[in-house]
Design a protein around this ligand. Structure first.
Ligand code: TGC
Ligand code: FAD
Length: 387
């Protein structure tokens, strides 16, 4: 049975409600994700049937008010949910990140009353799937250079351009698409499945996040109704505010992948014997386990504090960048080191390390690369942007 580490008694800092929520998600992951995820990752397929279940367990929009179908929870609860989901697989956490932070958050924060009522309850329940289109073929780290544009045609907006590397795009019912208006200002548009001239082809052949759907969003003279413009934000800060929320969730999420690897490695090291002794008795394996536990503990404290700052609306984007960068790198190293503790067994699908490790190569790239987050910290320290 899964026994997550809590070396510094972080659980004592959680409320009873937060612990109950975490237990419910953990139980769901054990029941619905763990038994099937290896096969989906192996076959490069997305377990689409889980979307409805994720709606039922409250994985979509936990911090969105109940009036719109969310659960009205605090930021630490959101983080704990992400940790449990990513213990299952980064693909499952990705779906929740996109739906919650990149689709529901902007509709809630920048949308009109009608847009909130139309989309949020369906997204919260999992009836509808959302996607977030910022990255383009020629503009990844520098989204400000985006080429996707729309023109005001009187009765509607005419949208042209393309987005790439978009999680869930092939099945999305609604996509939050960031595009420039005629004055070059970045605006958000809600583009629905089935609009004429809009296609969302799948991107195949990934060695990472194989149980997640990734695709493009292609706009060829798409007529977008005027009521689908997000009215309450202009400029690149719109998508970047969404990323603050998603990056925060990732900083928590990757702890789940790391804890899953540590749990499996510790268990194996106590059972596996070489030279007539458990491999856990060798100093070199103890060094790995001790360093893994140290890094997980530091990462836990970082996100817990960040969560309390977010609850008080005090967390800065640069603080979020530091946590995303540190924790993803930590999880990737934990996955590698725990895989080594298992020797050859570690490369098989009987253990989760290789799957987590490969997934984390995407996680260290999306939502701002490892380099970009370092440069954000550098800018925060010096006041000089080195992008
Ligand atoms: P810059 O001139 O610095 O800023 C433009 C405007 O935005 C404001 N701003 C922010 N606002 C809120 N939160 C933040 N984090 C912000 N960062 C900047 C800034 O104050 C300014 O506002 P204003 O009012 O003066 O106009 O912009 P820049 O073009 O120099 O770029 C800065 C940079 C490099 C940090 C930024 O563009 C960046 O973060 N690049 C990385 C791109 C990225 O993260 N893409 C992610 C795509 S989505 C994704 O990966 C989803 S994965 C989903 C899954 O989980 O499956
Ligand atoms: P580039 O920006 O081309 O960077 C290439 C390399 O250059 C990187 O190492 C980078 O760190 C480095 N670099 C770039 N600029 C600088 C600089 N100024 N200084 C130093 N080094 C620099 N995007 C979305 O909009 N929505 C999604 O749902 C989404 N889902 C994704 C799912 C997956 C599986 C993946 C892999 C990506 C997803 N993305 C999504 C895209 C992701 O956000 C981008 O891949 C990421 O922002 C990096 O952009 P890029 O791949 O174009 O790399």
């Amino acid at each position: 049975m899964y026994n997550p580490p809590d070396y510094y008694l972080v659980d004592d800092l959680l409320t009873d409600e937060q612990k109950i929520i975490r237990s419910a998600i953990r139980e769901w992951v054990d029941r619905s994700v763990k038994p099937i995820i290896e096969e989906h990752a192996h076959n490069h397929t997305f377990p689409k049937h889980l979307i409805k279940e994720m709606g039922e367990i409250g994985a979509f929009g936990p911090f969105i008010p109940e009036k719109y179908g969310g659960s009205g929870l605090d930021q630490v609860s959101y983080g704990l949910i992400m940790t449990e989901l990513e213990r299952g697989d980064s693909a499952i956490r990705s779906t929740a990140s996109v739906q919650t932070s990149l689709v529901m958050y902007p509709i809630y924060t920048f949308g009109s009353g009608d847009q909130r009522m139309k989309y949020l309850p369906k997204l919260a329940s999992g009836e509808w799937v959302g996607a977030f289109g910022l990255t383009e073929p020629n503009h990844g780290s520098d989204p400000g250079g985006m080429l996707t544009r729309f023109e005001d045609k009187g009765d509607y907006y005419l949208l042209n351009g393309a987005k790439m590397w978009i999680t869930n795009s092939p099945i999305a019912d609604v996509s939050v698409v960031w595009a420039k208006d005629e004055n070059g200002k970045v605006r958000g548009l809600l583009v629905e499945k089935g609009m004429e001239g809009f296609t969302a082809p799948e991107t195949r052949n990934k060695w990472s996040l194989r149980a997640s759907l990734t695709g493009e969003l292609v706009f060829d003279n798409v007529k977008v109704p005027k009521e689908n413009l997000l009215p309450n934000v202009k400029g690149l800060k719109g998508p970047l505010m969404c990323l603050n929320s998603a990056r925060y969730g990732i900083a928590w999420g990757v702890l789940g992948a790391a804890m899953d690897c540590y749990d499996a490695a510790l268990r194996y090291s106590l059972e596996r014997k070489q030279f007539n002794k458990p491999i856990a008795s060798f100093q070199l394996q103890q060094k790995k386990l001790a360093e893994i536990l140290t890094e997980i503990t530091k990462a836990q404290l970082l996100v817990w504090r960040l969560g309390t700052l977010r609850n008080e609306d005090k967390a800065t984007p640069a603080q979020i960048s530091m946590a995303k960068r540190n924790n993803v790198e930590m999880a990737l190293k934990v996955a590698r080191d725990s895989r080594q503790i298992l020797g050859a067994m570690g490369i098989t699908g009987d253990f989760p390390m290789m799957r987590h490790m490969m997934n984390l190569e995407s996680v260290i790239t999306y939502e701002g690369t490892h380099d970009i987050h370092l440069l954000i910290t550098g800018m925060d320290i010096t006041g000089i942007a080195a992008f």
